[in-house]
Design a binder for this molecule. Structure first.
Ligand code: ZN
Length: 280
């Protein structure tokens, strides 16, 4: 049960923003019959029996304090958010880690959905400014190309990604882009056209920050279950199976984008012949 992970020379910290909107599982996973949830109902839902994701980012930095300070995703943003009336706390969570917005040198966007880009830009008097003023922002080029097409609607992209171009801080990436020695993006397309994970390798250990490769712990065991948010379920399933297989076989630690805080970092282990989640 941890929110902070040491990987060789690096540390990965969870940066909480806000609890996500609770929804019925049948709404999020319309193709999964309710009876199929039965084996997972104790671990898959909140106390009211609903699907509820957590909105967050992750911080990757060296333990010796040198080198880049990388923020992977920026949560849902300032709010106040409708279902709680409360504000997002990403900047407060960063502050508790001793990190100011001006310390961040790179912002990696796993994908351009609203709950991952919310703090990218701060709007004041109708004008946007980069919340992390000295950071290069790295969405995937595939997402940038797709969502910047005329006629493709994504209000969060318009509000929190598009303005970065004119600020000169936008640096879209493709393939396995090196952010720091041993730290790279890892394309896992399907949830969106340019969904990417971030892989951290150091001292013989590997962790991978998975964005929206999966949204619920049941998907570790049921890897072909797809939420309605997936852009192409054939591709998201292929990416999920590929990455989860590698993580299981090579003992990677998986740092999930949306599992409940305290149980969101774990390994994929074999349990009775099926992959299962084991928090670290
Ligand atoms: Zn998400």
């Amino acid at each position: 049960m941890t929110n902070s992970l040491r990987i060789g020379e690096y540390v990965i910290d969870l940066v909480d923003d806000h609890p996500g909107t609770p929804r019925d599982a049948s709404v999020v996973y319309p193709d999964v019959p309710s009876s199929a949830w039965e084996p997972y109902k104790d671990i898959a839902f909140n106390e009211k029996g609903q699907f509820q994701a957590q909105w967050r980012g992750h911080l990757v930095r060296r333990i010796d304090g040198t080198g880049p300070v990388i923020l992977v995703d920026t949560g849902m943003g300032p709010g106040p958010h409708e279902h709680t009336g409360k504000n997002g706390l990403l900047l407060d969570s960063l502050s508790k880690l001793g990190v100011a917005p001006s310390d961040i040198t790179a912002v990696v966007t796993t994908h351009c959905h609203g709950d991952h880009v919310g703090w990218n830009v701060t709007w004041e008097d109708g004008k946007p400014r980069a919340t992390f003023p000295f950071a290069k922002y790295h969405p995937a080029l595939n997402d940038w190309n797709y969502y910047s097409q005329p006629g493709v609607s994504n209000p969060a992209f318009q509000k929190s990604v598009m303005p970065l171009e004119d600020m000169g801080v936008l640096h879209p990436v493709s393939g396995e882009f090196e952010l720091a020695p041993g730290v790279t993006t890892l394309p896992t397309n399907g949830h969106t056209p340019g969904h990417q994970c971030v892989r951290v390798e150091s001292g013989g250990q590997v962790a991978v920050i998975t964005g929206d490769l999966f949204h619920n712990v049941a998907q570790v065991s049921e890897q072909d279950w797809c939420p309605t948010f997936d852009w192409r379920t054939d591709l998201s399933t292929a990416s999920r199976r590929w990455l989860m297989w590698r993580a299981q076989m090579e003992n990677w630690i998986v740092v999930s984008g949306h599992l409940p805080t305290g149980r969101s970092m774990g390994r994929i282990v074999d349990r009775d012949g099926k992959p299962a989640w084991e928090p670290v």
